[in-house]
Unconditional design. Structure first.
Lengths: 346, 346
DNA sequence: CCTGGGCACTCCCGGGAGGATAGCGCCGAG
DNA sequence: CTCGGCGCTATCCTCCCGGGAGTGCCCAGG
């Protein structure tokens, strides 16, 4: 976007003032206000001229004749890209996050859940944390533990220290020793492959010439198949839904409902979050531009996790006019901490 | 409540009509409507007399002079206790539930989550499912699996087939064999005790004269302590929050917010649900009577699980005037199915 | 004594009028 | 280029008024 070139310093300053005032007060901004709050020493009348220009350029719009101006999505985009300078999170919040994540527990899910809580309460918005996908992570080790006759738990450790465990039904008279034999077999054959590859290979071998497989192999493969048949649903933590209600100007209940519907319908949400992973850097996705359902909302998200392995996403969703100056560093910092924590722990 | 004695057949019929009409339309009911809809063949004027009596008795109230009557909480209580006859769930819904629960997975959490989904979508209300507490369940078997040096997973199987697993940090140079030794030791000593008892005993022995313990014992006890130090938070599944918004007459946003706050603040919710477990039978708890925060809501809940072991709770929460004739059998049936399923599976 | 028609009364609700307010556009002087 | 001033416009709030729904009460009739 080369829009920056076109904006004179004064226009830029006026735009900045309007956006920030709008973020702070959630109401159309008038020329008088801009005149007072901006760094410029211009009368309202002069400001009005500039505002008229900005309106022509598509940065501002009036809800109706003779109301103040509201920034458009384009204005927010511009503000984010060219005006907002990267800031760091307040010392206080940093400490809070570090402390909480420090003793959030050993399990990834606990950590991520905690993370989501933190994000929503610090941002006063809806937060979401999407766990890293496990499909492309490499197999390191599997264990089977007999729970009771006919039921066993499979514990799969993946590269990077991620784990999955799930219950599977097994032959009634399999002993723990049998299970160990099977896991040895599987570990020997599959270590280093990704889960997707494993799944593929298991299926191929099982459906292939059965007679060629000995009993051991076949049973081991069956176990593996049961344990990984379907890829496990990725954990998705959403928190702070309540914050949606506290907002001024959720004038339209229907949008609200749309939002809540989205939050309950995990698949779509998951897809949206996942699509933000690509850039690698923090990304602000304005409703009007990309999420066509949520015109007046925006999503600040960034991936976390080591760059070379599976990555999850943390994000904060709120109204278009949320406090980016705070939320962006917040999301950024949280993701960094999380990445660091995972690197250390796993 | 001996109020039933006092109600003449006509009064009862009028009350019934008003309650049911109010449930269906969520609006004050006038004498004219009652005259038409009730089984009685009386003119509005006569109905008015009866309605006046019912108002005096505290069963009805007027939002303002010259509006229709609304049933009070007392009326709902009466309706539930003496008018509503136990009905069975529609064949169709029964099948739906049986089918879905049938292939909900092997793990308890998956089953309960599914259950919650079902309840909310069939009732169009907010549903909640609280997992059985594990504190008073007896220990059956523990296993430790080394995940990587310094980290192990403890898998605890409880009586009735419930399981818990969690990660614990261990001595860097413990081998899998050591872990097996420890688990043998623990199983030998603790099988049959409840988790609370185990926790108590572990702490006592560890804090007691340390020199008396040999190395093996001490290390085994340490593992046990780490694995059970804090009782795990009970799973609580809430679904259908969205339904709150679809309701007519959530006139007051503040109540709505109260409700959502409650749903996020798990502890309180958990406490409320848990307190409904005592009766053993299905219970309808009207906001005004017992949950003083939620004046206009009511909770239909019932415990599930074998009577002699730990029991969880399923419930549906909705406005005072929800469709009890449908919700009560729904909750009841779901709990029964769940109980049966658990009995069979675990 | 119960029933039910009639009537006056009360209260809510929706629509319209009018004043106050906020903000714009434009013009014209400095 | 700046900016004070004026006229214009649209919203919001308040008040008011009439229609509608439903009650309470009275009284006649079975």
């Amino acid at each position: 976007m080369d829009a920056r070139m076109k904006l004179a310093p004064r226009e830029l300053e006026v735009l900045r003032t309007i956006v920030e005032d709008y973020i702070a007060h959630a109401a159309p901004v008038g020329s008088r206000t801009v005149s007072k709050r901006s760094g410029l020493t211009l009368s309202p009348a002069s400001i009005r001229n500039t505002m008229a220009d900005l309106t022509d350029m598509g940065f501002l719009e009036q809800p109706h004749t003779s109301a103040g101006r509201e920034p458009t999505a384009k204005a927010f985009r511009f503000y984010l890209d060219h005006v907002l300078r990267p800031t760091v999170l307040s010392e206080q919040d940093q400490q809070l996050i570090t402390r909480y994540l420090g003793n959030a527990g050993l399990e990834l899910t606990d950590i991520l859940r905690q993370c989501s809580r933190l994000l929503s309460s610090l941002s006063n918005q809806v937060s979401m944390v999407l766990a890293p996908p496990t499909d492309d992570v490499r197999w390191r080790n599997i264990d089977f533990v007999a729970v009771r006759p006919g039921l066993a738990m499979a514990i799969l450790v993946l590269e990077g220290g991620m784990m999955q465990n799930r219950l599977i039904t097994v032959d009634e008279n399999l002993s723990q020793d049998d299970l160990v034999t099977f896991s040895n077999y599987l570990n020997h054959h599959f270590t280093g492959l990704t889960l997707t590859e494993v799944r593929l290979r298991v299926l191929r071998e099982l459906s292939g010439a059965k007679e060629r497989l000995d009993e051991l192999t076949r049973r081991a493969l069956r176990l593996a198949r049961d344990a990984f048949e379907t890829s496990r649903e990725r954990d998705l933590f959403v928190d702070g839904t309540l914050n949606l209600l506290s907002q001024p100007g959720f004038s339209d209940i229907s949008i609200m409902r749309e939002m809540l519907a989205l939050l309950e319908e995990r698949t779509r949400l998951l897809h949206i979050l996942d699509s933000t992973i690509e850039g690698g850097r923090i990304k602000v996705c304005l409703g009007r531009e990309e999420l066509d359902d949520l015109k007046d909302y925006s999503l600040v998200s960034t991936p976390f996790g080591c760059e070379d392995s599976a990555r999850g996403v943390v994000g904060v969703m709120g109204p278009l006019r949320m406090d980016y100056a705070k939320v962006v560093p917040l999301v950024d910092f949280t993701a960094r901490m999380l990445t660091e924590l995972l690197k250390k722990r796993f």
